[in-house]
Design a protein around this ligand. Sequence first.
Ligand code: GZL
Length: 308
Amino acid sequence: GASSSSTTETTKAPEGKKITLGFSQVGAESGWRTANTQSIQDSAKEAGYDLKFSDAQQKQENQIKAIRTFIQQKVDVIAFSPVVESGWDTVLKEAKDAGIPVILTDRAVDSTDTSLYETFIGSDFVEEGRRAGTWLVEQFKDATEDVNIVELQGTTGSAPANDRKSGFDEIISSNPKLKVIASQTGDFTRAKGKEVMQAFLKANPDIDVLYAHNDDMALGAIQAIEAAGLKPGEDIIIISVDGVKDGFIAASEGKINFIVECNPLLGPQLMEAVQAVVDGKEIEKRIVTEEGVFTSEDAKRELPNRKY
Ligand code: GZL
């Protein structure tokens, strides 16, 4: 890892004290989450902030507890990636009443009161779903028979699961032969992705396509597909989202056919937003992260350049 430079200058906070950032992270469920955590920790160090970091093990009540602890500790700014979209208004109002600004990263909340947070920094998950659907429509535009699709959804109630599904459904509805015959959550993990894919294979003899809401579930599903004696990327076309190293490796081997990138490196933008908020500067209410798409060929070429 990068050596910590001893000369990191501390950012001047009000009264010259170090800025304290309380961050509540979803968990450690996927390769994407690991890269996201690393980016936040590295960027906070680089900025000279005192980072109080909490891992909620994918439980909303742990995130709410962490946010309440940050309020008691009177941190300068609270940031978090909400594991699910709903159920945040009460604790966000407590932060607002305590005069502590909140920044959302990665996933959104469905609070209608947008004064409860300063900004939301993250991907457009609906667009990611549309990109997955657009590639699939193109691949099967000449299909003469039904195309049977199974879908491994992300964590139930999470913004990426809701939006990646709706964006995909919106686009594939243009071709009635594209049929989602089974759709179930794999909770963004390899283990669950494998388990649910095993069940899909048992219940559906003729699966043509797997749409997985993240690489980790796709990688688990690939284990199940191979155990069933089928060839991932050939017998079953696989589309995935994220673009973590292991996803790129599988794509470069032709086991995943199309990857929609979801950028986890949100640390630098988060720290910029923290500084702006502390300095009382205006910031955009919505900061969308840049990301692309990769076929197997693209992945083979790009693999050496991937940072996570
Ligand atoms: C997306 C992020 C999702 C990733 C998964 O921004 O919230 O959660 O796609 C991760 O890999 O578990």
